[in-house]
Write a protein that binds this ligand. Structure first.
Ligand code: 6A9
Length: 726
């Protein structure tokens, strides 16, 4: 828990199972901990959340309730109790016990003061910080799940200084000592690790954080409550504990269920209780996984000799994955907000405003937001630097389109956003222009083409999706052109809405929606599909490099895989790349309903030799020479076959659209809509039941989740498919 402010104090929970000699301290979400499942099952974004964590035989439920009041945000209670039940205990063995470590830490400002009773039990702490004023945190003693008398427990506490919030786990680990004994009456004594003493950060390191840890070692099942009470709340109508807390939890839980049904209507649509639970978990973990980050990116400008720190600032954003990518990603965020705007459009407006405030003077917004020390600990050095020439799909235009259609954009808000929208739009229009008018080209492709089967275009968001074999200024990228058509259309609407001149945007929107011009630039007759255009050859492969045998006694160098070009490239449509990119004129609904090209794309989608699977549309045709091909020895296929939910969402949405428009393909689109929607919902749900998670992508042969997890970024859009909200 933290406040939405820079240098906010943080409250958190760590836990460990005191097993012999082996300390496994759990703290931040780490994929390497291999938990059976975890995530927010319910979260309303403001006042209430419920999370479940399964760690081997342990089931940990944490909840929070917030009660506004006073001048500093009010009170909250947390984890608002709940049970820790140790499963799988064998008859005759002593009951399982566990250590829970509740902590509060400052981040460069504020003070904390422990109140220690009975030797080692910190029963509460008081603190002061800039935005919270005075507050008290009370640690209630553990009870049984329903009882009120305290259970037997051992206590430890730690007061320490840490280099920063990113080092809290290290500090706690370094302070642990095995010298403590847990000795409940009538049961055997057992040793456990307790927080003891910490010698402080290494010399010369300025401590930024004060840390207080309250460790409770207790048998499970049990229940504990932690209360945060704001000093400025005057008339507290009963402390947020015990009965009062239970009632508040029940009230919020009820309100959540009711609002969820009102918003998404899944019960009404006949989804089972398990399916609804799954949808609530997907949604809640996206919402509950949101973060407030503060700091600066490292940015490489084209003519600068080294990366420079970008302006420092906050970012309030959802994240693709709490464990693996816990930070903001530009085009992901557009997809996230498509879901969250249905729940709380004001929240979406706030998030958009944060992102647009990260724009530089040229109108560029960095693609990946790695703000602050904590965020940086999660990223290998070679990925930290952002390039100010690099774009990413402008999905925020999808969000604006959505907000406009919801009637959820008040004029003063739009008016303030508008100058930034114009700059952003201009940035794409100017810096990502193509070789001919109304064509576009992603910058920032890999240049070192000898080392890759096909140079990657990370900026497009589709990373290793095959493009022209030899990047050149002559290239035209179909997906970017379609994004710009959408952007122009939304800009024209926003301008009109504000009474600003809309003519230029209108003109662009019309030109880019012109199906004849689109075909001229991107319809590859010989390939029978839409395609990129560029300097391309399909005759490429990776081969092990060969050396002259070295002189005797000298080691053989490790041979690399290098690209061999069998036939020189020439300017042409990019063949062998049928897949998500080819579908873009359909995905972003640029094709007129009577266009014969629509029929062709529907056929490609439905063909099992190409894009169709029982689990959703695969990213690249099975008959492409790049299908499931590595790009280098160590770079496995990513957007070369697997099923991605964001693009599938666009596909389902577009099929829904074409299924309702008069035209020769109406029936076909409607039928495909039903089938594709059912396949996607069915598989993501099934995988969740089996594995406990939503995943980054899904295997096109088996439907199995793969990549990182939990991934409740755009994979959670399956909820909008269930709700049929497009
Ligand atoms: C790697 C390694 C702990 C890749 O979901 C975020 C992005 C998408 O925007 C993009 O379309 N993902 C997709 O192709 C993940 C990108 C992660 C890059 C950083 C660092 C972290 O190791």
């Amino acid at each position: 828990m933290k406040t939405r402010s820079p240098r906010a104090p943080v409250a958190g929970l760590m836990w460990m199972r005191p097993s012999e000699g082996d300390v496994r301290l759990r703290h931040t979400c780490e994929q390497s901990d291999r938990l059976a499942r975890y995530g927010w099952l319910r979260h309303d974004g403001l006042h209430f959340g419920a999370q479940e964590i399964r760690d081997a035989g342990l089931r940990l439920q944490t909840e929070f309730v917030k009660r506004p009041g006073g001048r500093h945000g009010g009170d909250w209670s947390w984890p608002a109790g709940r049970h820790l039940s140790g499963g799988g205990r064998m008859a005759g063995t002593p009951p399982a016990f566990i250590s829970l470590l509740f902590y509060v830490a400052t981040d460069g400002q504020g003070t904390l003061q422990p109140l220690v009773v009975e030797k080692n039990r910190m029963s509460s702490l008081t603190g002061t910080t800039e935005e919270l004023g005075d507050f008290t945190v009370t640690f209630q003693q553990p009870t049984s799940e329903i009882g009120t008398t305290p259970l037997y427990a051992s206590y430890n506490y730690l007061q320490a200084k840490a280099e920063g919030l990113h080092r809290l786990s290290d500090v706690v680990k370094a302070s642990l000592s095995p010298r403590f004994v847990y000795a409940p009456p009538g049961a055997p004594k057992r040793r456990y690790f307790g927080v003891d003493a910490y010698r402080g950060p290494p010399d010369g390191v300025e401590p930024r954080s004060q840390l207080l840890v309250h460790q409770v070692t207790v048998a499970v099942p049990c229940r504990l409550e932690v209360l945060f009470e704001s000093g400025s709340v005057a008339d507290r109508a009963g402390r947020l504990a015990g009965e009062v807390l239970a009632q508040e939890l029940a009230r919020h839980r009820g309100a959540f269920e009711e609002r969820f049904e009102r918003t998404f209507g899944l019960a009404r649509k006949g989804f089972s209780a398990q399916e609804q639970d799954f949808a609530k978990a997907a949604f809640s973990n996206m919402l509950g996984g949101m973060g407030y980050f503060y700091g600066h990116s490292l940015v490489q400008a084209p003519h600068s000799d080294r990366p420079q720190p970008y302006l420092e600032g906050p970012l309030f954003t959802a994240v693709p994955s709490r464990s693996f990518f816990p930070r903001g990603f530009l085009w992901d965020e557009g997809f996230h907000q498509l879901l969250l705007s249905r729940w709380d459009p004001a929240l979406t407006r706030e998030v958009l405003a944060h992102w647009f405030d990260l724009m530089n003077a040229e109108g560029w917004i960095p693609r990946e937001q790695i703000l602050g020390e904590e965020a940086r600990t999660k990223v290998p050095a070679e990925f930290v630097v952002q390039h100010s020439t690099a774009g990413n799909p402008p999905t925020f235009f999808l969000v604006l389109q959505q907000l406009l259609s919801q009637g959820a954009t008040d004029v003063p808000y739009l008016r303030r956003l508008y100058p930034r929208l114009q700059s952003w739009y201009d940035w794409y229009n100017r810096t990502q222009a193509g070789p001919v008018p109304y064509a576009f080209r992603w910058r920032g492709q890999d240049q070192d083409t000898q080392l890759f089967l096909n140079p990657k275009t990370l900026t497009s968001g589709l990373d290793d999706y095959p493009r022209a074999s030899h990047p050149s200024p002559d290239e035209r990228h179909l997906d970017l052109r379609c994004w710009m058509a959408l952007a122009s259309d939304v800009m024209a609407r926003v301008a009109a809405h504000l009474g600003e001149p809309a003519g230029d945007y209108q003109h662009m929107a019309e030109a880019l929606a012109d199906n004849q011009l689109l075909e001229q630039h991107h319809w590859a007759e010989a390939l029978g599909t839409f395609a990129d255009y560029g300097n391309h050859t399909q005759a490429v492969l990776l081969e092990r490099e060969r050396f002259q045998p070295p002189p005797p006694g000298q080691p053989l160098p490790t041979p690399r895989l290098l690209r061999v070009v069998r036939k020189p490239p020439k300017l042409q449509f990019v063949g062998g790349a049928l897949g998500y990119v080819s579908l873009f004129p359909l995905l972003l609904q640029l094709l007129r309903p009577e266009s014969p090209r629509l029929g062709a794309l529907l056929a490609d989608m439905r063909s099992e030799q190409q894009l169709w699977t029982p689990f959703g549309l695969r990213s690249l045709s099975r008959s492409s020479p790049f299908y499931l091909k590595h790009n280098t020895e160590h770079d496995p296929p990513y957007w070369r076959g697997p099923i991605w939910i964001n693009i599938n969402y666009l596909a389902v949405r577009a099929l829904h659209h074409y299924g309702r428009l008069e035209g020769p393909f109406r029936e076909a689109a409607a039928a495909l809509y039903r089938e594709l929607r059912a396949n996607l919902i069915g598989n993501v749900f099934r995988q969740y039941q089996e594995s406990g998670y939503l995943w980054e992508q899904y295997h096109d042969g088996t439907g199995k989740g793969q990549g990182c997890y939990p991934f409740t970024g755009w994979s959670a859009l399956v909820l909008l498919m269930m709700a049929e909200e497009y």
